[in-house]
Design a binder for this molecule. Structure first.
Ligand code: PAF
Length: 254
């Protein structure tokens, strides 16, 4: 059975105890609603470390839209079953007060790459992400932390933060896990209606097949997506679309 740790002080004591102090630790930070993508990060962590820690914390400061935060899927019991099935060692499951005792007076800002792509369309999003990831990495003190490449901009910003602030945890990118029909796995997929779910794989199909942004935008719009953006940065094409109220993101190497 997985051990559930809710307090920072409790984890710190355990981390410095004889049982963990000399063990290699892999860390998978999540906001819960675990799917095969998360499970692939856990599996990689288990293969590369003696101990694996997963955190579940729906981080309010990275949601620019309060309605989005409210409807974000929360599936704690199901998550716990999955974590037990994967034989994850520890779940770090802190409260809001535990992590934001400062009431978000302190934050981590990146001034360039966080301002484009998703950052331009979700003001403050990456400040929330970087701040919470800095806190989690400082608490868990893992050897390695695992992030999915579906959120490629997030991965690059976190890697940049860790390098910039000389943090000790190695950031490990992990390939996107896709449904059989090509849709990138995401906790938000469970919010799609039946009709939207049928249409959703067209997003990756169009993004990976077409060669220029204008054509991609036109085809996505014609297929029924509301396009947030499609853009290229350093040999990678990033895109975000809406199906109803559900925002999907994806990226491909070009
Ligand atoms: O990718 C996510 O699930 C979140 O952005 C993260 C990294 C857990 C921070 O809240």
């Amino acid at each position: 059975m997985i051990s559930i740790i809710k307090s920072v002080a409790e984890w710190k004591e355990l981390r410095n105890s004889e049982s963990l102090k000399n063990k290699t630790i892999g860390f998978v930070p999540t906001m819960g609603a675990l799917h095969e993508g998360h499970l692939s990060l856990i599996e990689k962590s288990k293969n590369e470390n003696e101990i694996t820690v997963v955190s579940i914390f729906v981080n309010p400061t990275q949601f620019n839209d309060p309605k989005d935060l409210e409807k974000y899927p929360r599936t704690y019991e199901d998550d716990l079953q999955k974590l037990n099935r994967t034989k994850t060692d520890y779940l770090f499951y802190p409260s809001h007060n535990e992590l934001y005792a400062d009431k978000f007076r302190y934050e981590i800002n990146e001034k360039e790459f966080s301002q484009i792509l998703c950052g331009a369309h979700r003001p403050g999003h990456f400040t929330g992400v970087l701040t919470i990831v800095m806190k989690l990495l400082n608490i868990v003190k893992a050897d390695k932390a695992y992030f999915g490449e579906k959120d490629y901009q997030q991965y690059l910003l976190i890697k940049g933060m860790v390098d910039t602030f000389f943090m000790d945890t190695k950031i490990v990118p992990c390939p996107i896990v896709r449904e059989k029909d090509g849709l990138a796995m995401s906790s938000r997929n469970m919010l799609l209606s039946k009709q939207e779910r049928i249409l959703a794989p067209k997003f990756f199909e169009i993004l990976s097949k077409e060669k220029n942004n204008e054509e991609i935008i036109a085809k996505l719009a014609y297929s029924g997506f509301k396009v947030d953006y499609v853009d290229e940065v350093e040999n990678r094409r990033y895109a975000a679309v809406y199906l109803g109220n559900v925002r999907l993101i994806d990226n491909v190497k070009i």
